[in-house]
Design a protein around this ligand. Structure first.
Ligand code: ADP
Length: 403
């Protein structure tokens, strides 16, 4: 079964075409990214598996023409990987925000589209783009089943004590203000892969997953279900990130707005795009640069690294207490997968409970690996995330009537 996975942004379409035999056996046929839709210098980078990348520069005025270009490239005589559109059995769309409407993936119909549209209020940068992408795909492939997979769905198992904010209750009722979390597809995927790797029964386990990338969140997973997560009403809450401040004292917000004369939109921009690593260090929002600069003696870059470790440590410690223990701690996503010093630094704080790391295994970990020592009281794993694969698996199961 060939499944096209789409992750649509306001000016970009990221895609992967996977050939799925089952959840364990699959082949990536091609992946790519179409950037700068609606600008004169739109750019498509298409990478067929095992071949060189192909780059096409050509103005792409809208998402419908963008989807058409992606499909034309997938079927291109020279760079394509399939003979015709008919070979695509289903399309899976990543959706950032499903609020409390969706606790799992589902086939798209008009009532689903209406709910995704209501959720635009909570994810104004993402959901409108997802809708554009779905509509475009419906036009280009009208007969192919389409599935939506939500970043928020996995966290719908949280209890009110974890998802409520202590604001006047009417704002929860009127505006649905509550914690929704994010990165759910990743937390779900790595918790299952990690449990398997560690020989744990997911239905009888205490797992903490640390998704540390440009956006970062930490989740407590009890018996396979998310019971708490660090991102909140939006993906701004929680720990320090590349350009986001994470949790701050809420009174700082009106204080800065008054002092600097900022509008609500300007303040939102400041917290989401001008804070975090770039706000503190000023030159970069990328962890590779933080490592490089701090090794050259840059104190702010070192501060960023120290804060990342500090924030993860506080979240993990809190979640261990919440679950009254932990069997497995998992590190995933761009920063955690490529910076062995990070799990080593975080896990030092849990030596008191008998957690011992295998430094050599941690430094060598490239693929799914157990990175704790054999006699550690808690297992620690590095599991590369694969959100596109998870979307393809969900899409396959729904289209096959298995979910
Ligand atoms: P997102 O999916 O949220 O955009 P990623 O999970 O790709 O983010 O993570 C991006 C982060 O991962 C960046 O801060 C980057 O520096 C870091 N990263 C990616 N690859 C490496 C690497 N090889 N070495 C060190 N850091 C890396």
């Amino acid at each position: 079964m060939k499944i096209l996975v789409i992750n649509c942004g306001s000016s970009s379409i990221k895609y992967q075409l996977l050939e799925m035999t089952d959840a364990e056996n699959y082949k990536l046929l091609a992946k790519g990214n179409l950037e700068k839709i609606s600008l004169p210098d739109s750019k498509l980078t298409h990478k067929p598996a095992g071949k060189d990348a192909f780059v096409l520069m050509q103005p792409v005025p809208d998402h419908t023409l963008g989807m058409k270009l992606v499909l034309d490239t997938l079927t291109d005589k020279n760079y394509g990987v399939i003979g015709s559109f008919d070979e695509i059995d289903a399309v899976g769309h990543r959706i950032v925000q499903g609020a409390d409407f969706f606790d799992g993936s589902c086939l798209i119909d008009e009532s689903v589209m209406e709910k995704i549209a209501i959720c635009c209020d909570f994810a104004p940068l993402h959901n409108p783009a997802h809708i554009l992408g779905i509509r475009a795909m419906q036009k280009v492939l009208p007969k192919v089943p389409q599935v939506v997979v939500f970043d928020t769905a996995f966290h719908q198992t949280m209890e009110p004590k974890a998802f409520m904010y202590a604001l006047p209750y009417e704002y929860y009722e009127k505006y649905r203000i509550r914690r929704y979390g994010a990165h759910g597809t990743s937390h779900y995927y790595v918790s299952r892969r990690g449990a398997k790797k560690a020989g744990l029964d997911i239905n009888n386990s205490k797992i903490i997953t640390c998704h540390i990338g440009n956006g970062s969140s930490v989740t407590a997973i009890l018996n396979g279900k998310s019971i708490d997560t660090s991102m909140g009403f939006t993906p701004l809450e929680g720990m320090i990130m590349g350009t986001r401040c994470g949790t701050i004292d809420a009174n700082i917000v009106p204080y800065i707005m008054k002092k600097e004369g900022l509008t609500p939109d300007e303040m939102t921009d400041l917290m989401n795009k001008k804070s975090g690593f770039i706000g503190l260090q000023k030159k970069s929002s990328d962890m590779r640069d933080m490592v490089c600069f701090s090794e050259q003696g840059d104190k702010r870059a070192q501060l960023v690294r120290d804060m990342v470790v500090h924030h993860i440590t506080k979240l993990v410690g809190g979640y261990i207490a919440e679950m009254n223990g932990v069997d497995l701690l998992i590190f995933t996503a761009g920063i955690a997968e490529n910076n062995p010093w990070l799990p080593l630094a975080v896990c030092k704080h849990f030596e008191y409970m008998g957690l011992k790391m295998d430094v050599e295994a941690t430094n060598a970990a490239r693929d799914e690996s157990i990175i704790s020592a054999p006699d550690s009281s808690v297992k620690v794993a590095m599991i590369p995330t694969n959100e596109e694969l998870m979307i393809a698996i969900d899409t396959m199961n729904i289209v096959n009537g298995l979910k």
